[in-house]
Design a binder for this molecule. Sequence first.
Ligand SMILES: [Zn+2]
Length: 425
Amino acid sequence: MGLARADITPEGPIWLAGYASRDKPSEGVLAPLYAIALALEDGQGNRAVVVTADVIFFRADVAQAAREAIIAKTGLPLDRILLNWSHTHTGPVVEFQEGIGYNMPEEQKQVVDRYTRRLVQEYGDLAAAALADLQPSRLAWGWGVATFPMNRREFTDQGVRIGFNPRGYVDRSVPVLRVDRPDGTLRAVVFGTACHNTTLTGQHYQISVDYAGFARSRIEEKFPGIQALFMIGCAADVNPHPRGEVEHALRHGESLAAEVVRVLEGPMQPVRGPLKTAIETVALPLAPVPDRSQLEAMTRGPSHIASNARRMLERLDRNEPNATTYAAPLAVWQFGADLTLVALPGEVVSDYVPLVENAVGHGRLWIAAYSNEVFGYLPSAKVLREGGYEMRGIIGEGFFAPEVESVVVDAVRRLADRVGRPKLP
Ligand SMILES: [Zn+2]
C-alpha cells in the first residue's frame, strides 16, 4: 500500500459549490482541503489506486480529465482507478467554465476553471506518488454505526420536501478498512458514511471540509502519522442531523471519528488478495421526453423540476435530439474472498443499499456512491413514484425512468460475478 496527500485549498476567494443561493465567493478558510491517494498492489502485481478529495464531486468531463491525468502518469487501466469525493458544500465549484446552476460572475468562472485544471493535474501526481510509495502492508475491515444521518425526504401536504424524516430509511453503517505495517502498526484508514456532507448550509462562506473532514482530522490526531481517507456512501436523501452550525459539523465529526476508532480497536476481519476489478459503462434509461406543453407546465412546478424542464425546452428550441439514456461508469472491486467494494456513480439514494444487498448478498460488502462520476441524483423507482428533490434528473438531459433501478442492480450483479464475489446470503 502506498499513500500520497496534497493540500488542495484554493488560494483566494472562490465560488463555493452546492447551494445555488450563494451570492458571493468564499471568505477565508475554516479547514484546509485535501486530496489523498491510496495505491494497492496485490501479491500478483495487480495495481490500483483510490483518490479521495474534499470537493463536491466531478462531473463527467472533469472526471474524464482526472482519469486521463492518472493514466498518463501511471499507465493504470480504467478499472483500477477509483475516484470518490466527500461532497463538501463548503468547498469550491469544480467545473470547466460552465458554472452549471451557479450565479457566478464571469471572473469567478475563470477562477473556478483555473482551480479545476490545477486539481486535475494534482490527481495524476498523487496517483503516481502513491504508487511510488508502495510498502508491505496488511489489510483488515470492520464496521460500526453512525447516529447522525437522517433521511431528509419529508412528506408534506405539498409533496416531498427536503426536511426531516426520522422514519425514513438510512444506511447507518460505518465501513472501516485498516492498513497496517507488517509489524501491526497502523498506517492508514479508509472509512465511510452514507450521509450528505452538508452540516454547513448556504449561509456559510468559509472554506471547510464539513463533518467528514473533521472526522478525518480527529482520527489522524488519535494515530499520529497515519492518513485517513473518507469515502461517501448512498447519501443522496440523507442529511446530517442536526445541521446548520459549525458546532454541529464538529460534533458529527467527533462522533464519527470515535466510532471509527472503536472499530479499529476491536476485532477486524482480514482482507486479502488477489484484487480483481471490473468497470462497465452502463446506459441508464431516461424517461420519454415530455412534449412542449408538458415541459412548459413543469417550468411552473417545484423548482427542482422547473430548472430541468427549462433546460430541456432550450434543447427543443435548438432542435437537438433528446437522449434516451445516460452512460455512466459502474465499478466493483473484489479483495480475495474477503470484501467486495461496489462503487456507484452519482448521488445515489439510500434505497440502493438493500437493493444491492439483495442482488449480491449481504456479507463482506462496502457500498460507495459519488464514485468515478457524478451526473446528479440517481433515484430509485420508489423515489420517482413519490417525487421530491432527488427525482430532478440530469439537468438539460432528462428525467430518469423507473427502470433505471433494475438496470443499476443488474449491472452490479454482473460485475460482482465477473470479479468472482463469492455467493453470500
Ligand atoms: Zn448532494
